[in-house]
Design a protein around this ligand. Sequence first.
Ligand code: NAP
Length: 305
Amino acid sequence: MERRVALVTGASSGIGEQTALELLRRGFIVYGAARRAARMSAIVDAGGHAIAMDVTDDTSVRAAVDRILAEQGRIDVLVNNAGYGSYGALEDVPIDEARRQFEVNVFGLAGITQLVLPGMRERRSGTIVNISSIGGRIYEPLGAWYHATKFAVEGLSDSLRVELEPHGVRVVVIQPGAIRTEWNGISRRSAMERSGTTAYAAQARALVRTLEAADESAGAGEPHVVAATIANAVTARRPRTRYATPVSAKFIVGLRRVLPDRVFDLLIRRIFAPTKAEFAESANPRVDEASTTASPVAGRERAAA
Ligand SMILES: NC(=O)c1ccc[n+]([C@@H]2O[C@H](COP(=O)([O-])OP(=O)(O)OC[C@H]3O[C@@H](n4cnc5c(N)ncnc54)[C@H](OP(=O)(O)O)[C@@H]3O)[C@@H](O)[C@H]2O)c1
């Protein structure tokens, strides 16, 4: 049987890297794409391909898709995984950064999908896997823009699923919970950078502590668990529309479904409530705090350069 061709975005780390490796193990021809091409050597060593690509740069996205089509003639599976968490109080986050969050998490995903779809439609087969989050169903304080993008991915994917069904193309949504990757550190740094010294400073500290605890908790999962779920979905005869993973994520999404807004608000407010110490620290922030937390986006761009 002909080997299926998969393109995985955000493959230089975390869920994307593990997904590329898992699909290689399951016999796929795999192309990993990310800005930091040098960080994809594990994929190349395992027999895959690495492409430098920024999902916000149309020229690099087109070049990546064209290269795969020239080399393989088809893309059977697209895993739209590239993304990051931009945190901070809505009042504190510059609208340019909010736009950038949408550029990466939503428009980047949509742009690459547009280029991959014509081939899938012509062959009347293919699978688009969109990496959303439990954050596409639930919400956190100081997470407005991240959640806005993931709620957008959920709605976009639902429309796309029914739109593409008559054309033989499948759309699957993955909702990871807390997964131990670079995502958590980037999100925490962005919260402190934007709101660490503002009126929301105590909430920023509480958020950072809560995200840290979530990452260290027994309920958090490793990226290979999400990768296995993605690989199961793309090889299933009839995949589900959504997969929440790991088990703790299923629980949280289930809870959100049954709890009314006000009750869920109460729960979220309790979980993210600042301690007395966090209030005190926020009233007297150390001078070096905000200046030592580099922009996650700028940091990534420096790394990619
Ligand atoms: N970890 C979690 O707890 C969690 C929970 C729910 C959902 N998610 C979602 O899962 C996805 C993967 O995240 P992760 O946890 O694996 O985080 P990660 O380890 O930080 O990986 C993110 C990947 O996205 C890539 N990326 C970021 N901006 C990009 C851009 N402009 N163009 C191309 N690639 C870009 C990064 O590569 P370069 O920097 O090299 O470009 C990296 O490979 C994200 O969509 C995230 O929102 C994560």
